[in-house]
Design a binder for this molecule. Structure first.
Ligand SMILES: Nc1ncnc2c1ncn2[C@@H]1O[C@H](COP(=O)(O)OP(=O)(O)OP(=O)(O)O)[C@@H](O)[C@H]1O
Length: 213
């Protein structure tokens, strides 16, 4: 299965417009505007707790903004790797990836697992028995193989050992070519390896109880 380079042509521009998200009294995102240029990779960075994962959740429709809007999502298909993997624990690595692909995918599953350096011996093991780094690789393959218009990856390379990280980054860049993607990362080397445009999320300007509606 080759990289879906033409996928970007099928969706409208994706952007957050003045998005505010509150959890109770806490303002996590305060009028954040962020455009994801179509067909390119954006790297989102910023200090712990600033709201990067919340931004991911907004893009995936898992969190509804308190105010503001998100454009471009109605017409696009999405794939994601979450910080906590979210794999089907009782399925094998190969079966987890096969879940998101058509039967016609052929050897794509095996090719993908091989590309991220997952040992063949691990392909048919239930993922609950795999190590953290092995599980991360499975989650990454599951996010990158489907021809989704928007790919969102939340700290996807955490736990992947240094020896194979370059190869995993190179394959990720290949899979994202021509697509719209957001990758949350704290590592400038990853931003460079992915050829991504860096966007930094700053702390909310105001976190005050009286701001809460
Ligand atoms: N479901 C929730 N309920 C209440 N507060 C939450 C919830 N999810 C996140 N938060 C809070 O929102 C803030 C932003 O969290 P978020 O996970 O978006 O930050 P982050 O920038 O991704 O952090 P990190 O770099 O540590 O992953 C944090 O203060 C967190 O405690």
């Amino acid at each position: 299965m080759s990289a879906p380079r033409d996928a970007s042509a099928r969706h409208e521009a994706i952007a957050l417009h003045d998005v505010t998200v509150r959890y109770g009294a806490q303002v996590v995102l305060d009028r954040v505007s962020l455009e994801l240029p179509t067909g390119t990779t954006t790297a989102l960075t910023g200090p712990n707790g600033v709201g990067k994962t919340t931004t991911v959740r907004v893009l995936l429709g898992l969190v509804r903004p308190s105010s503001g809007r998100v454009s471009g999502l109605d017409t696009c298909t999405r794939a994601a790797a979450f910080q906590e993997d979210r794999l089907c624990e009782h399925l094998s690595a190969a079966a987890n990836v096969r879940l998101v692909l058509p039967r016609s995918a052929g050897s794509a599953v095996e090719d993908g697992l091989r590309a991220v350096g997952l040992d063949e011996a691990a392909w048919h093991v239930r993922v609950r028995a795999l190590s953290g780094g092995q599980r991360r690789r499975v989650a990454l393959v599951r996010a990158l193989l489907p021809p989704a218009d928007l790919v969102v990856l939340d700290e996807p390379f955490v736990g992947i050992d240094a020896a194979s990280r370059d190869a995993v980054l190179a394959w990720t860049r290949e899979r994202l070519a021509g697509r719209t993607a957001l990758v949350v990362t704290h590592d400038p080397a990853e931003v460079a390896a992915l050829g991504a445009t860096l966007v930094r999320l700053d702390a909310p300007r105001t976190v005050r109880d009286q701001d809460v509606a």
